[in-house]
Design a protein around this ligand. Structure first.
Ligand SMILES: [Fe+2]
Length: 266
């Protein structure tokens, strides 16, 4: 059985759309998984041991749970494996033009590729870690696959794409079952998730990150911001300046200042 819809066997035809998309390159691919595979995916049976996951509940990351891959069922693992295969990496190269792509060399079972978010959950605007944990090479792409079978627009949970400072929402990608969003990751591609306003269903997603052995991975792209890469940790931009002042949020202030200096100097 096919896992990914065969219509996405060659992503080259979406490459212009990807490169021209605003505020930064991305592609929205509906019906991403094969129709039958998606129909047979039982979201109630995808986690073997929920206790082994990690819960996030802070001012910038609320009501979220991330798995460790080792506790996922085989059908969910098979999606993650597919997204890590050489063929898919080659397909991502056709879509994005980014060379020397690879998925992380960290052990696949220790990763957290499956996430759930619940009523009132959200994810503040941020950029992810800049580098592959083992090699230190640039983090250049993300894919998010929306898995929940039933979702309404009014329930929120959209992916946010923000401006290059992370201060203003530029685009929302609504949550739609079996939709994949592939987007560029650079020091200026701030993203997040809007608040969930529904207690009927959880927001289930698969997230996979990709890296490049090329340290100037964005040179071929015409971006509205500096097309450079530099090292930074996951860095959140809080909604208001005053949000940085409570002691518990000083860590975000420190990271944000360090990041701003690097972004200015690069
Ligand atoms: Fe992220």
């Amino acid at each position: 059985m096919n896992i990914i819809n065969i219509k996405y066997n060659n992503l080259k035809k979406y490459s212009q759309l990807f490169k021209l998309a605003k505020p930064f390159p991305h592609a929205i691919l509906d019906n991403f998984l094969d129709e039958n595979f998606f129909k047979n995916l039982n979201l109630n049976e995808i986690i073997i041991n929920k206790k082994k996951g990690r819960i996030f509940n802070t001012d910038i990351e609320k009501n979220k749970w991330a798995s460790k891959n080792e506790i996922l069922s085989n059908n969910l693992k098979s999606i993650i494996d597919e997204l890590n295969k050489k063929d898919f990496l080659e397909n991502l190269h056709k879509l994005t033009g980014i060379t020397e792509l690879f998925s992380t060399s960290e052990g696949n079972t220790s990763l957290a590729n499956y996430h759930e978010m619940y009523e009132s959950g959200f994810l503040g605007t941020h950029i992810d870690h800049s580098s592959e944990p083992v090699t230190g090479l640039p983090h250049v792409l993300n894919i998010i696959l929306y898995l929940s079978k039933n979702w309404q627009k009014s329930w929120g949970g959209s992916t946010i794409f923000a401006n290059k400072y992370g201060t203003k929402i530029e685009k929302l990608v609504d949550f739609k079952p079996n939709r994949a969003v592939i987007f560029l990751h650079s020091p200026f591609t701030f993203h997040g998730v809007t608040e969930i306003k529904n207690n009927l269903n959880k927001r289930s997603t698969i997230y996979v990150d990709y890296y490049s052995a090329n340290k100037s991975p964005y040179d071929h792209l015409n971006l509205k911001f500096k097309n450079v890469w530099f090292k930074h940790p996951t860095t959140f931009i809080l909604p208001n300046i005053k949000d940085y002042f409570p002691k518990k949020n000083r860590i975000y202030l420190k990271k944000m200042i360090k990041y701003r200096i690097k972004a200015f100097l690069c």
